[in-house]
Design a protein around this ligand. Structure first.
Ligand SMILES: [Zn+2]
Ligand SMILES: [Zn+2]
Length: 143
């Protein structure tokens, strides 16, 4: 799976005429090996511990590139913070985002997906992508 993502990114880079750089490869490795929903800062700190030459701005720009390549997706927290997760083409899920502790719960629901398609069809609208982030309090923040 990680190999497929690397291949996908390499072909994206080639199409865009980007030369592959060692820093970008390192950032991709760290990003793909991490748990989901990581912030730029968290990823940067992980990388910095081993590769102090890689700056925060480089990590930020590279993550944006991963999003453009379809390899990563942004998750917006209620306070405007952004987290990143890696996804495969065709993979889809939505999020419950806790406004108390910023934890993120993933869910998938066939009925919701189906309803979205029906609504779009009713409006003659062609869906290219969608994301749903529902904000509220998680079970442990409620107790
Ligand atoms: Zn919470
Ligand atoms: Zn997710």
């Amino acid at each position: 799976m990680i190999i497929e993502k690397k291949k996908a990114f390499n072909s994206f880079s080639a199409k865009k005429g980007l030369r592959s750089t060692r820093q970008r490869d390192i950032i991709l490795d760290f990003f793909l090996s991490t748990h989901q929903h990581i912030s730029v800062e968290e990823l940067y700190l992980k990388i910095k511990a081993i590769h102090p030459g890689i700056g925060n701005a480089t990590v930020y720009r590279t993550l944006k590139l991963f999003v453009e390549a379809g390899l990563a997706r942004e998750v917006l927290l209620h306070d405007g913070q952004t987290r990143y997760e890696h996804i495969m083409a065709g993979e889809h899920h939505d999020h419950l985002v806790c406004t108390g502790c910023n934890s993120i719960i993933e869910f998938e629901n066939e009925t919701i997906e189906q309803l979205q398609n029906e609504i779009a069809a009713r409006h003659g609208f062609m869906i290219q992508s969608h994301k749903m982030e529902i904000y509220g309090l998680c079970a442990s923040c409620r107790s």
